[in-house]
Design a protein around this ligand. Structure first.
Ligand SMILES: [Zn+2]
Length: 413
């Protein structure tokens, strides 16, 4: 149901800016936007406007997952992880991805940054036109890697990959061509893999893949198109190269140290550690112990340093619908906030990561991410206080209400 004007009263506001919660708040929505928000007596509700009393519940901005893949994967145990790579398999996965988008929205996620899938651009358009429900999506289209690639440990032959439509740019002109191709295809931003770990030739070293000149050309071209670049950026050398070349968000970014933190602060860029998929995932059983220990200790240390220096940390899960590296079903994305808190952030800081900072990672900070007059009415009413227990954001009964663009999507009280 769509309301022209509606007021929400008697709730505790966590506005996404990180300040103390405000009690007894009233918030006024007109069509898709917030028109007023304030404490008792600060907001005048016109007589003819319907008011919803939230009985002391907590309101937070709509959550945003700043790194995921609408790939329509499913757990390997289902026997249906990725049903084929051809056209039929892709269509099948697209229906699953639409279902995943809906599941996320119903759990309070009103924003999602897709860091590489062939489905997300179409899914975004289907959501925008009202065909299917889901969060606001920022989509990269296909992730860009060179011939060496971001390919996993057992890459398919290059001829086979290219027969499936994969392109591998090598050198500046080919990088530029592929960036322009992505924008022509409808990408909102560019995703590259410029620093590898799992695929590195030498364990346990991370391995830069693109050169400085290639990364710089990609970033300059994206910025010329009023867009941004996200990089799968494992390893200090790749992080420093990315910072110097203009990468905007650093995904995963293991080996993040104090030097990286200082330059990242100076350049005002965003770190997206993607904690939800990498700690003690079930399929780590198949990996060697040394590797697992290293991966987790890098992760904890990188987050600790970034947090200590006050680097902007976005919340991203790297979920894809499957259970690779411990991924969960879409809708359980708030696992990342729990991981951030386990890694040293306060619950309030974790909420800021998943709202304000993630909206900046989506290039939507002017219209989403915080609850202020003039912004889009994207918010979640929590049955309880998430500052006491951040894990409640993963519990369906706790997600009392989801509002996207002023529209009540779900109400559970
Ligand atoms: Zn990813």
């Amino acid at each position: 149901m769509k309301n022209r004007e509606i007021a929400f009263s008697n709730f505790t506001l966590i506005d996404g800016n990180g300040g103390n919660p405000l009690e007894n708040v009233t918030l006024l929505v007109n069509e898709s936007k917030i028109t007023a928000v304030g404490g008792r007596g600060e907001v005048e509700v016109p007589n003819n406007v319907k008011t919803l009393n939230l009985d002391g519940r907590t309101m937070i901005p709509g959550l945003i997952d700043a790194h995921l893949h609408f790939s329509g994967g499913r757990p390997a145990s289902s026997g249906m992880g990725y049903p084929g790579r051809g056209r039929m398999g892709e269509l099948w996965r697209a229906f699953r991805a639409a279902n995943d988008a809906k599941a996320m929205l119903y759990m309070g996620y009103t924003g999602a940054k897709d860091c590489g899938s062939n489905i997300a651009i179409g899914l975004k358009r289907a959501i925008e036109e009202g065909t299917t429900p889901g969060p606001r999506i920022m989509a990269a289209g296909g992730s860009i890697s060179n011939t060496y690639g971001h390919v996993g440990r057992d890459p398919m032959p290059v001829e086979q990959a290219e027969a499936l439509g994969r392109e591998h740019p090598n050198g500046v002109p080919e990088c530029l061509r592929l960036v322009r191709t992505r924008f022509r295809e409808g990408a909102d931003f560019i995703k590259i893999a410029s620093g590898l770990w799992g695929e590195s030739r030498i364990f346990p070293k991370c391995m830069p893949s693109f050169s400085y000149d290639e990364v710089k050309a990609i970033c300059d071209e994206a910025h010329r198109a009023y867009s941004t670049v996200a990089s799968h950026c494992q390893g200090k050398e790749s992080i420093m190269t990315g910072l110097r070349a203009g990468v905007d968000t650093f995904e995963h970014a293991r080996e993040f140290d104090e030097e990286c933190a200082k330059l990242m602060l100076k350049e005002d860029k965003i770190y997206s550690p993607t904690l939800a998929v990498v700690i003690e995932g079930p399929d780590f059983a198949g990996h060697i112990d040394e590797e697992k220990k290293l991966f987790n200790s890098w992760q904890n240390e990188s987050l600790r340093i970034a947090h200590e220096y006050g680097v902007k940390i976005a919340s991203g899960t790297d979920f894809s619908g499957g259970d690779s590296l411990g991924g969960r079903a879409m809708g359980m994305n708030a696992l990342d906030l729990q991981r951030l808190v386990e890694g040293g952030l306060s619950p309030m800081e974790a909420i800021v990561s998943a709202t304000k900072v993630s909206s900046e990672a989506m290039m939507m900070e002017d219209s989403t991410g915080t609850l202020e007059s003039g912004k889009l009415a994207d918010f979640v009413v929590i049955n309880g206080d998430p500052l006491r227990d951040i894990s409640m954001l993963q519990v369906e009964d706790r997600i009392g209400m989801v509002i996207k663009g002023g529209e009540i999507i779900v109400k559970r009280f």
